[in-house]
Ligand binder design. Structure first.
Ligand SMILES: [Zn+2]
Length: 92
């Protein structure tokens, strides 16, 4: 799992950050936007992530951040203890 998903190859540190035009998982080392399909995430979690991205800037920022924090915990559970995942809250 997780081989060569990032151009810097240091693939155990990620951040969850919403963006209108990109998948929500990024490498914290080089800032590369990662293809969410490269991760072994449960389908319902993937759906939740895309739904969350879809609602970005359509729901209040504090609500967006609360859901994002919750999703970050689920991503962590899916990826296991070798991966570090942080959440980047947004203000808008
Ligand atoms: Zn990287």
């Amino acid at each position: 799992m997780l081989k060569n998903v990032c151009k810097c190859k240091l693939t155990n540190s990620y951040k969850l950050e919403a963006d209108n035009v990109a998948d929500p998982i990024w490498c914290t080392t080089c800032g590369w936007n990662l293809d969410i399909d490269e991760f072994s995430l449960q389908d319902d979690l993937k759906n939740d992530l895309f739904e969350w991205i879809d609602q970005y800037k359509k729901i209040p920022a504090n609500k967006h951040n609360a859901i994002g924090q919750n999703l970050t915990e689920k991503v962590k559970e899916n990826l296991g203890s070798k991966c570090r995942v942080i959440f980047i809250p947004q203000n808008y």
